[in-house]
Design a protein around this ligand. Structure first.
Ligand code: URA
Length: 278
């Protein structure tokens, strides 16, 4: 605000100061005009403002992290894998699922590469995390005994994997983000395995793979198809009760037995000779 605008009259001392500087040879016209209110106060001219302003920091173009980034990485890694061992190596290299940071091991698969039956569960538990293999704990041992009843074993004609490869802390349910991040590897495993029959144990595997919301009691034992876009041929699929559920509800083993018999009949009709893979 100018002195005159504020209603302050130039003092004699100020006038004397102006006169002093003028006498000393300094051009005081502008200062006097502003002081006396005869010229509008001006903001410093553009070059002055530029000189006062600190040089602009160079703008760093930081890539905005996309929520899809881990999925895209998983898709690229999975697509590049041409064999199941290559896919396993890709999963072990993948850092896009936060569960890896708290897990001891990656539990990718166990059994026979090229087996006619591929079985998928949900996620590793404590024993699987320790050994780096799916279904090796109590529920895995029950699963082995059940499958042996129809001639299936991971030593001869079965490949076992999960829809999540790292143990969720405290065996909590995997989050949607964790499921989605691992799913490109699950899809690629099915594609590379080309199983005659895909067995899905439990609700989580059934929902993740089949993209259906029906309850497991509705899905179990039925002849279903896994047929996503881009797959060369649909894959026969059957949902089974999860062995961990059967440990808690042993009276439901009767249903599991019916599902196993349904799977056995279907394999026979498909012409799969399980003994040929022993
Ligand atoms: N439950 C699963 O679904 N998978 C395992 O590997 C172990 C327990």
């Amino acid at each position: 605000m100018r002195a005159m605008d504020a209603g302050i009259a130039p003092t004699d001392a100020a006038r004397a100061l102006l006169a002093f500087w003028r006498a000393a040879g300094v051009d005081m016209d502008e200062a006097e005009a502003i002081f006396t209110g005869s010229a509008p106060a001006r903001a410093p001219s553009a070059p002055v403002r530029e000189a006062l302003r600190p040089p602009a920091a160079p703008r760093l173009k930081r890539p905005t992290p996309s929520p899809d980034a881990p999925v895209e990485t998983a898709r690229a890694l999975a697509a590049a894998a041409k064999t199941i061992p290559e896919l396993q190596a890709a999963v072990e290299k993948f850092d896009g699922c936060a569960l890896k940071a708290t897990a001891r091991n990656t539990a990718f698969s166990d059994g026979i590469v090229g087996a006619p039956v591929l079985l998928l569960g949900e996620a590793p538990g404590k024993d699987e995390d320790e050994q780096g293999k799916p279904f090796v704990g109590r529920s895995g041992q029950l699963l082995d005994r059940m499958l042996a009843q129809i001639g299936l074993s991971r030593q001869s004609n079965l490949l076992i994997s999960n829809t999540i490869y790292w143990r969720p802390p405290g065996n909590r349910d995997p989050t949607q983000g964790e499921i989605v991040a691992c799913f490109p590897f699950v899809e690629r495993l099915i594609e590379l395995s080309q199983p005659k029959l895909l067995l899905l144990t439990g609700k989580a595997a059934a929902h993740t793979v089949l993209k259906r919301e029906d309850g497991v009691m509705k899905l179990r034992g039925r002849r279903l198809l896994y047929n996503p876009e881009g797959l060369p041929a649909p894959v026969n699929a059957m949902v089974m009760l999860h062995p961990a559920y059967l440990l808690r509800q042993p009276q439901q083993k009767r249903l599991a037995w019916m599902d196993l018999l349904a799977a056995e009949t279907w394999l026979k009709e498909l012409g799969v000779d399980l003994s040929a893979h022993s």
